[in-house]
Design a protein around this ligand. Structure first.
Ligand code: PLP
Length: 421
């Protein structure tokens, strides 16, 4: 990115931007664009679910009492419904409690303490590294940071991670895993191409127990008419002779209720058996009434898509408002570029090197809270200090618009400051 204006034009912009900043700072805004949370209106879409399954409605399709213990893998009707959503056969899906992050955490802890199918020994005490596409999801990084797993950054592109680099790095036997958000990735919104998925499934790895941590958190979270189907990563891995390579994770946190949804694990037959063996020591069974509630409410894949369409109607205008505000102030200036996601929960803005922290500080001065600069990189440190993640779903449309105008202004101002204006 190279600024394209004359010194005079830049000076005039400096005067205008500083005056606008002073005016906005006096307005006493209080806006939060930090975390990708559904708005209250989005949660209201699932309000009807709270009355389900309803009095005396506690029998599963096979006549079991959903109120009781048991059913470790989840109800067949729930596995059918969400297997269809994720493109996974029901027998290879496990339905858990509400948080997929908790499922990922369990898998890492169990891998450390026990190893995974194919491990010669538990991972703990060994030099273990994970590849992580950057920009990426801070909570994925947090697991590894918390357990002493080295994070190796790989550049994220529009069709997934830089595969040349991934293939080169995966040849190291210390590399045991890789974080992947294959659909509408957090935070760039990029969706892995079929070719990327195939290469990940087929690449040579130095570790025989290497795992793709395939977090398909946004599989059905479309912002346009396009509805790319999830890659059949289990099929691709099996076809390539690496049947146990993928651990799939997902949840309904951003479909039904962020704090009371269902989380999923899926994998090969061996991986599911391994998962259930560990899970069976941890619990006698999940909340099956919540599984009934979800199957009664969403019914089938069409029902899921209809529900997601209602989300889209609420949040797509917020994404548009952010893009419009960025374009209005920064379009054509060569000071920043940003993603225009077709799904998911985030917009990523790349600004001039060395200015992201300053933008966050300037935004704070306007009463706008942003995710800390660096949070999309391992250990919270972006060596370029140029990336910010915007999360427009939670605030109201008017608030998102005001916040986006403020953020665009701060990016502009930081660039002008860098120019000494
Ligand atoms: N995975 C990704 C990629 C996310 O962006 C998020 C939330 O922002 C989660 C997982 C959270 O998942 P859950 O609510 O199922 O724990």
């Amino acid at each position: 990115m190279v600024p394209v204006l004359s010194p005079e034009a830049l000076a005039a912009q400096g005067v205008e931007a500083r005056a606008t900043y002073a005016r906005l700072a006096a307005a006493g805004l209080k806006l939060d664009m930090t975390r990708g949370k559904p708005s209250p209106e989005q949660l209201d879409l699932a309000e009807g679910m709270l009355a389900l399954p309803g009095n005396r409605d506690h029998l599963t399709e096979s006549g079991e009492d959903a109120r009781n213990y048991g059913g470790l893998q989840g109800l067949p009707e729930a596995r059918r419904l969400f297997g269809a959503m994720l493109g996974v056969p029901p027998e290879l899906l496990v339905v858990n409690e509400n948080s997929s992050l908790a499922v990922m955490h369990d898998c890492i802890v169990w891998a450390l303490l026990k190893g995974v199918p194919g491990s010669a020994a538990p991972w703990v005490g060994q030099d273990v590294a994970f590849l992580c596409p950057v920009p990426g999801y801070d909570r994925h990084f947090g697991f590894c940071e918390g357990f002493g797993i080295r994070l190796i950054p790989v550049a994220m592109r529009e069709d997934g991670p830089d595969m040349e680099e991934v293939e080169r790095l995966a040849a190291d036997p210390a590399v045991r895993g890789m974080w992947c958000v294959p659909t509408y990735s957090n935070p760039t919104g990029a969706t892995y191409s079929e070719a990327t998925a195939r290469r990940l499934a087929a690449m040579r790895t130095g570790a025989s127990d290497f795992r793709l941590f395939w977090d398909n958190a946004y599989a059905v979270h479309h912002l346009t008419e396009n509805r790319p189907a999830p890659h059949d990563i289990l099929g691709l891995c099996a076809e390539a002779g690496n049947p146990d390579r993928a651990f799939i994770f997902a949840s309904t946190s951003k479909i039904t209720l962020a704090g009371a949804g269902l989380a999923f694990f899926a994998g090969s037959k061996a991986n599911v058996a391994w998962y259930l063996e560990q899970a069976g020591r941890r619990t006698i069974g999940p909340d099956k009434l919540n599984q009934l509630r979800h199957t009664r409410f969403l019914r089938d894949l069409d029902g899921i898509h209809r529900h997601m369409e209602a989300h889209r109607r609420l949040i797509a205008p917020k994404f548009e408002a952010v893009l419009e505000a960025l374009d209005q102030r920064l379009g054509g200036l060569g000071l920043a570029r940003w993603t225009e996601p077709e799904g998911g929960y985030f917009i990523t803005v790349e600004m001039l090197r060395g200015s992201a922290k300053r933008v966050v500080e300037l935004a704070r001065g306007l009463g706008i809270a942003l995710t800390p600069a660096g949070s999309t990189s391992p250990h919270g440190k972006d060596p370029t200090d140029s990336i910010l993640r915007l999360a427009p779903t939670y605030p109201s449309l008017a608030e998102v618009r005001a916040a986006a105008e403020g953020i665009a202004l701060c990016i502009h101002l930081a660039a002008l400051e860098a120019d000494g204006l």
